[in-house]
Design a protein. Structure first.
Length: 476
């Protein structure tokens, strides 16, 4: 037993080390799971794998949230061409627990006679593998990077109004001759340009950046579409390449944009995970609306042969210094102590106003085969310290079930410990959980953004609601 004075000292020690704080985490017990719609009259069968969850997004219209899920291997009920892929719009039913997902009926009525429907949708185009949300009107891009018509580079994206799901613009790569032929060949096989494999809306102007990692035998390129708000079914599109990049670099595998430097201009960030002899590179380039070689502002090199540096990226101000920081995923990174490989890692670069310099590294639990860093997302401020926080996907962790790690950005530099790990093998028994992540939208209007996670190997997407959590936290 403690004497009174001893008890007071003990209580004092507890109080100086801990404080009562309002924190948040994600509620795995009441997760809401979305699956693609399958009806008895349908051409679908339960066994038809759709890769539903390869991409996820949310759009808030008034107070209602649309959950968007891409299924690039699915068969469209609305488009007669075999297996184009598709995107679903999902909702939570009134009971608050069950869900329904319907194919997004992409309407071509706005396009008039500019395009024939049969030319817009081609078999095996992987529609829905890449979905992005942005622009001043919260528009949606849905891409099919393997869309293919004769004598045309491959890939197509649709700019879609989320209100009525009309296609308001068709975005196509430029039909221009490359080294004498549009039909590029490698080892006797045609090589796709893969326009729309990645895409990003600019924040400060109404432009779109698209990655085309297959361009010129996988040298890769980016395209910029301007005037996306103009009432026209097409956009001005320009291509930017980088002269120094070798073939097979996959420049354009991932794209994002950010304001990193004192100039305050918004720059494009382009991942090239196979460049520099498989070390991988990330290029910071000016967004250019002329068909030019890109003006490179900074190149960030990968660190390890084959780590797939630049596979995923996220640009967000983590340290509140007014400049965006850059997170770069390297999901095939192999630590020295675990030579089995594919543990994955995320590198964080912060700006001093002039350059981006490496400021931290996160590894998750460094589990063999987990592919930590395959996906990255901004999640808002989860722990209430006024710094932005992040989620990192490790979709192959625990023999393919997958996990999502939640980090407080402020704590990354010092502890590297995550706030929460959402482990599919413990909570949902889904496969490929964490292949895609989207947040920043508050679905249930409780002032805390909720988390949507794709689980493409199980044809599922999981909505995890943010939950208030009052507890003692250590402050020293
Ligand atoms: Ca910053
Ligand atoms: Ca925070
Ligand atoms: Ca919420």
């Amino acid at each position: 037993m403690y004497s009174t004075s001893q008890y007071e000292i003990l209580l004092y020690l507890i109080l100086i080390n801990c404080s009562l704080a309002l924190t948040f985490n994600y509620d795995t017990e009441h997760a809401i799971i979305f699956k693609p719609h399958v009806s008895h009259n349908d051409v679908h069968h339960d066994t038809d794998y759709q890769a539903f969850g390869s991409s996820v997004a949310m759009i808030k219209l008034n107070k209602t949230t649309r959950i968007i899920v891409g299924a690039p291997k699915g068969k469209s009920r609305l488009i007669k061409t075999h297996q184009t892929g598709l995107a679903y719009s999902c909702k939570i039913n009134q009971d608050g627990m069950t869900t329904s997902c319907k194919e997004i009926r992409l309407s071509t009525r706005y396009l008039g006679k500019s395009f024939k429907t049969k030319h817009l949708f081609t078999s095996g185009m992987n529609l829905g593998l890449n979905i992005a949300v942005g622009g001043s009107n919260n528009l949606l891009t849905i891409c099919g990077h393997l869309h293919n018509l004769a004598n045309q580079p491959s890939g197509i994206c649709f700019l879609v109004s989320p209100v009525n799901m009309d296609i308001i613009k068709v975005l196509l790569p430029k039909s221009k001759k490359l080294s004498g032929s549009n039909q590029q060949k490698l080892m006797g096989k045609a090589v796709h340009e893969m326009f729309g494999f990645s895409s990003a809306f600019t924040r400060t102007s109404n432009q779109l950046i698209f990655g085309a990692p297959g361009y010129d035998i996988f040298r890769g390129a980016i395209y910029t579409a301007s005037n996306i708000n103009k009432m026209s079914p097409t956009a001005n599109i320009s291509i930017n390449t980088i002269n120094e990049i070798d073939q097979d670099s996959y420049f354009g595998y991932s794209v994002t944009t950010g304001i990193f430097f004192k100039s305050q201009s918004e720059l494009a960030v382009v991942g090239a995970p196979r460049s520099h002899e498989l070390i991988g590179q990330v290029y910071i380039v000016e967004i250019n609306q002329n068909d030019l070689n890109g003006n490179v502002i900074q190149i960030i090199e990968g660190h390890q042969f084959g780590e797939y540096f630049g596979c995923s990226m996220l640009s967000i101000d983590l340290n509140n210094n007014g400049y965006d920081d850059l997170l770069v995923g390297a999901p095939l990174y192999m630590p020295e102590h675990n030579p089995k490989g594919d543990c994955g890692r995320v590198y964080i670069y912060s700006s001093n106003g002039v350059h981006l310099v490496q400021s931290a590294i996160i590894d998750g639990d460094s589990i063999f085969g987990s592919r930590f860093g395959s996906s990255l997302a901004y999640i808002g401020d989860l722990d209430g310290d006024s710094f932005n926080d992040i989620a990192v996907g490790a979709p192959q962790e625990n023999e393919g079930s997958g996990s999502v790690y939640i980090y407080s950005a402020r704590l990354i530099k010092t502890s590297k410990k995550y706030l929460q790990k959402i482990d599919s093998s413990k909570s949902f028994d889904l496969l490929g959980f964490g292949s895609s992540i989207y947040s920043g939208i508050d679905v249930d209007n409780d002032n805390c953004p909720d988390l949507l996670v794709g689980s493409y190997m199980s044809d599922a997407a999981v909505l995890l609601k943010c939950r208030r959590n009052q507890k003692l936290i250590h402050t020293t």
